[in-house]
Design a binder for this molecule. Sequence first.
Ligand code: HPA
Ligand code: MG
Length: 212
Amino acid sequence: MYSLCCLFQIKDDWPGYNLDLFTYPEHYHDDIENVYIPHGVIMNRIERLARYVMEDFEDSKIMVLCVLKGGYKFCADLVEYIKVLGCSSNRYLETRVEFIRLKSYLNDQSTEDLHIIGSSDLSFLRGKAIVDTGKTMKALLKHVETFEPKMVKVAGLLVKRLSNMTESLTDYVGFEIPNRFVVGYALDYNEYFRDLNHICVISKTGKMKYKI
Ligand code: HPA
Ligand code: MG
């Protein structure tokens, strides 16, 4: 578990950065309110998480279970940093990546029914240590445990403050944030905004424009 000193907390009253300070795709000009976490900060924080992973895993092999779609960038960057750190410290972790898809959000609301889409046969996990990259993981963890992996660790880029449960399940937390709906860095609002590098707060206009 992380200790409080290592927790990157974003306070409730954090207003984000003015959009004019950064670059972002022109097509989202009216659709976002601020840059909540700039891409560079995200990347450096993930590098730090990769270091924690390296410290924790004695095994030289890890199986990474990436939760799509929102976790694909986080997963790719975390795995990349694990590789880079391995190269520079001469302690290579062999990483294999498998993908699973979960869907539980419509517009900006969580729906109670969690769908595990795609591979539900996780038998490749038997005897492996895994890092799960995702948000909606309680049901998934239960499922994963049935395959008796040697060690299971959960990495989440964002943990929302209200979801105590998620927080306690997450071993590597990128940022603890208020319970706000954010987009970018692969996180979507009805499939939009995945192509935004920064994590941003969506504007009223954006919410209306892409509402289903
Ligand atoms: N943004 C996008 N997808 C999400 C979020 C969010 O804040 N929370 C859970 N899924
Ligand atoms: Mg989504």
